[in-house]
Design a protein around this ligand. Sequence first.
Ligand SMILES: Nc1ncnc2c1ncn2[C@@H]1O[C@H](COP(=O)(O)OP(=O)(O)OP(=O)(O)O)[C@@H](O)[C@H]1O
Ligand SMILES: [Mg+2]
Length: 431
Amino acid sequence: MDPAAANKRLARYQAKLEAVEKILEDKSRELFLANQEEQKANAYLQNIISSMQSCLIVTDAQCIIQVVNQATLELLGYESQDLEGKSLAMLNVEGYSIDLTDLEALSSIDTLVRQEIKYRAKNGEKVPVLFSSSAMYDTEDKLNGIVCAALDLSTYKILENQLLQSEKMASIGQLAAGVAHEINNPMGFIFSNLGTLSEYIEEIIGLLETYKNLEESVAKSDVENAQAQLAKLKETKEEIDLDYLLGDIKELIEESHEGANRVRKIVQNLKEFSHSGQGDKIFANLNEGLDSTINIVWNELKYKVTLDKDYGDIPEILCYAQEINQVFMNLLVNAGHAIEERGEIKIRTYEEENYICVSIADSGKGMPADVQKRAFEPFFTTKKIGEGTGLGLSMSYQIVVDKHGGELQFESEIDVGTTFIMKLPKVSNEN
Ligand SMILES: Nc1ncnc2c1ncn2[C@@H]1O[C@H](COP(=O)(O)OP(=O)(O)OP(=O)(O)O)[C@@H](O)[C@H]1O
Ligand SMILES: [Mg+2]
C-alpha cells in the first residue's frame, strides 16, 4: 500500500477511535452521575429509615434479617451485627407472638395488622409492641421479603396498668355503695328487733319479780299475800299477752340471726372478692369466684334479672383470682345494664380441652355492629357521663388475654342479647 493511502486509512481509524472514546466518556459520565443519584437516593432512604420512631425490620424470603433500623436496635438493646443476617425467630417470645418464622402468617394482610405481640430484647426481657407485617414481591410476583413494623408499647402498658388500678378503685367505690345498702338492710331489722326484745325482757322481768314475791309469800305461808300476787300475775300475763310475746321472741331472735348471717356472708364475699393475697396467682375455683361476685353485684341486678346458673364440675386453676372476679363483675354489670326492663342472665361454666370456660349470656338489647367493633377499646362507652367510663371491657381483655393468656370473645344480636365467653388456660403460661 502506498504511504498516502495508508495515512488516509490511519486517519479514518483515528477519527473512529476518537468517536468511540467520546461515547465511552459520555457513558462513563452518565454512569457516574447515575451512580451518584443512586447513592443519594440510598442515603436518603437510609436517613428516613434510621430517623423513624417506629421499629422497622426487613427480612428476605427466608425470614433472615436484612435491614434493621436504629429504633429497633435501641428498643431491644442490640447492635446491628447482632441481628443482620440472623433469623427473625431470635426475637420470638413463645406464646406472646405470632411465630416470627411463619412466613404465611407474616405475609398475610388480614391477620397481621396492628397486633399486640412481644419481642425478645437482648437482655431477655419481653417488650410489648404493636406489630404489623407485610410481604414484598419481586417483579415476577415471587415473595422476596417481609417488612415488619412495630411500635413500642411499654409506656402505654404502664399507663394501662395505672388505669387498671384506678378503674379498680372506681368500681370498688361503686361497690361500696351497693354493699353498704346490703348491709344496712339486715342491720336495720336487727337493730329494731333488739329494741322490741329489750321491751319484752322488761315485761318478763316484771313478771318474774311477781313470781319471786309469790314464791316468798308461799314460803312464808302468807296466804293472803300469795293470793294477791297470784291475781297480779294473772293480770300482768294477760296485759302483756305472754303467749304471743314468747312466740314473738323466738321469731325475733331467728330473724336477727338470719340478718347477722347475711351481714357475715356479705363481708366474707367482699373479702373473697378483693382477696387480700393481691398480686399473687392463687389456686381458685371460678364457680366460687362467680358466686361471691354475684352476691356483690346482686343489689344492682335483683330488680330486673333472673339468674340461671349452670356450673360445671370444674377444677381449680392458678390465676389472679381477684382480677378474674373483677372481670366477672364487669361482664355481669354490663349484662345488667343491657337489660332494660326484665330479662335473664345465664351463667355457664365448663371445661374444654385446655381451658376452663365461663359464658355469661344476657337477654339484653344487644350491640349494633359499630359498638361490637369498638367494645374492647379503652374509653369507648355508649353510656351517659358518670354511668360508664368505657374501661370495663378493655380492662377485662387485658386481664384475661394479656395477664392469663386466655381468650375473651362475644357474640351479640340486637334485641336478642349478648354472650361473653371467657376462657382461661388450665395450665397458665406465665406472663
Ligand atoms: N352485655 C352487653 N350488652 C350490650 N352492650 C354491651 C354489653 N357489654 C358491653 N356493651 C357495650 O360496650 C360498651 C363498652 O363496655 P365497657 O364495659 O368497656 O364500658 P362501660 O360499661 O360503658 O363502662 P364501664 O364498664 O367502664 O363502667 C358499653 O358502653 C356498651 O355499649
Ligand atoms: Mg362496663
